[in-house]
Design a protein around this ligand. Structure first.
Ligand code: NAP
Length: 440
């Protein structure tokens, strides 16, 4: 007999779970419920628009969506259109795969000034996420500070200095490209509170900066150690040394080689955002790293700028009807099991770290647990109705469900809009625009 499963969230964690369920050992019916009309979560709204190779994994997710057992319920918001409690009544198992859509907050004085944005918002804006369409960051500035030394910080710094030609094969939102292209911005400061050996960004992403068409990466030789210490984990040491080699090259770059610059500034702990209403500078305290921790030296310096992107990590939001560990920013769980019939996968399960494929094992594990936990239903029947109950409930409430076929129509319209431009698609950036395609 069939086990009914609702997966909330259609990002990588949700799709890997759906795939593992369908290819697992038990008979399942899987419904993927997504707040936006468009699927794929961070693949569409988080991965940088000039990283199209990473986005290709969406083709695999599409195959999953097309399995007989799987249905996509787009444009359905949990706890607005249907509550989590109702879903738990209707489905044997509910899997929370809602990610970490919010910014970890920058809490220094002045962090609420105009011109300070979190990376979730900024990345969402340039990726055409409907929630951030109206962010409209003021790019009529000469310098920007990016706080953080992770891959998201690198994405933000790089996208800020790219040209339209450089973005030729990218699916950056049209509104963002127009602003970035004409911005007088010449200098972006990538600031890390610790040193180059502690940076979280990876080498491919760092190396990519060497080939930017109109920006040159710069590092300061005096901030770069000669070698990574021998007591480092061998793998970390190898990676850190690769980064060091690139940063050393960047330290020899000519600042005037290209019209724009990305400056690496390590050992810089932000202490305040300065300015009247708007950001005018960031005040930093110089640090040294002791036992892996940044310690202030008392030396203070400022970097004048008109824009600050705080790329200091993401955060999950609590979901009504599920427990939440506010300190850890996750749903408390035992290897993905939350409560009877309730599971968590991806960033809401383990926090906002790892690459896209890091979500696959979460999905595989939870799929196995579901088969195990509902063995009785599989063998004897008597499970919950799943889709047969959800569909009429949404119809009664007048919810406009976007099916996977509908999404393919939206996608085809986006691809058609970009025809001749060399770009893979021109995204619709508001939900009404997306739904209008379906009315045509
Ligand atoms: P991340 O890798 O955790 O980096 C966060 C950065 O913010 C760290 O440098 C951290 O410094 C710094 N930070 C945290 N709190 C701070 C504070 N209060 N003040 C100053 N700095 C602070 O997070 P992320 O960049 O958001 O990336 C999230 C995940 O997505 C990562 O696993 C990342 O690799 C992945 N991702 C991958 C790619 C790719 O593969 N191309 C692209 C984007 C994202 P400390 O180290 O000192 O804490």
């Amino acid at each position: 007999m069939t086990i009914t499963v609702a997966i909330i969230g259609s990002g990588p964690a949700g799709f890997y779970t759906a795939d593992a369920l369908v290819n697992g050992g038990c008979d399942v019916q899987v419904d993927i419920i997504e707040r936006l009309p468009t699927p794929y979560g961070l693949i569409r709204g988080g991965v940088a628009p000039d990283h199209q190779t990473t986005k290709k994994v969406a083709r695999k997710y599409e195959q999953t969506a097309l399995f007989e057992q799987v249905r996509y319920f787009g444009n359905v918001e949990v706890n607005k259109d249907v509550t989590l409690a109702e879903l738990r009544e209707m489905y044997d198992a509910v899997v929370l795969a809602v990610g970490a859509p919010s910014d970890r907050k920058l809490t220094i004085p002045g962090a609420d000034k105009t011109g300070v944005h979190g990376s979730a918002a900024f990345v969402g804006w340039y990726n055409g996420h409907p929630d951030f369409r109206d962010l409209e960051p003021d790019l009529n500035i000469r310098a920007a500070v990016v706080i953080g030394n992770g891959n998201v910080a690198l994405d933000c710094a790089r996208v800020l200095v790219r040209s339209r030609e450089g973005m030729a094969g990218a699916d950056i939102a049209a509104h963002a490209m127009a602003m970035i292209e004409t911005a007088p911005l010449t200098d972006v400061y990538m600031t890390g509170r610790r040193g180059p050996l502690d940076a979280k960004f990876t080498n491919v992403e760092l190396r990519e900066l060497a080939d930017l068409e109109r920006a040159v990466p710069l590092a300061r030789a005096e901030q770069l150690p000669d070698a990574a210490p021998d007591d480092m984990d061998p793998r970390d040491k190898r990676l850190a040394e690769r980064n060091l080699a690139n940063l050393r090259d960047y330290a020899t770059n000519d600042p005037d080689a290209k019209p724009k610059r990305i400056h690496f500034e390590f050992f810089a702990q932000p202490v305040a955002i300065l300015g009247d209403q708007r950001v005018e500078a960031v005040s930093f305290e110089r640090t040294r790293v002791i036992d892996g921790r940044a310690e202030g030296t008392g030396e203070v310096f400022e970097i004048p700028c008109g824009l600050v992107i705080a790329a200091i990590g993401y955060r999950s939001d609590p979901i009504e009807g599920a427990p939440f560990d506010d300190k850890a920013g996750i749903i408390p769980n035992r290897d993905g099991r939350v409560d009877a019939g309730l599971y968590a996968v991806g960033w809401i399960k383990r926090g906002p770290t790892g690459v896209i494929s890091s979500n696959r094992p979460d999905g595989v594990t939870v799929a196995e647990y579901i088969c195990e936990d509902f063995k009785d239903v599989a063998e004897k029947g008597g499970g919950k109705p799943g889709r047969a109950a959800l569909k009429p409930l949404l119809e009664d409430r007048g919810v406009r469900v976007v099916s996977f076929d509908d999404w393919k129509k939206i996608e085809a319209a986006e691809v058609a809009r970009a025809e001749g431009s060399g770009r893979p698609r021109e995204k619709f950036v508001t939900v009404p625009e997306m739904l209008k395609v379906l009315d045509a």
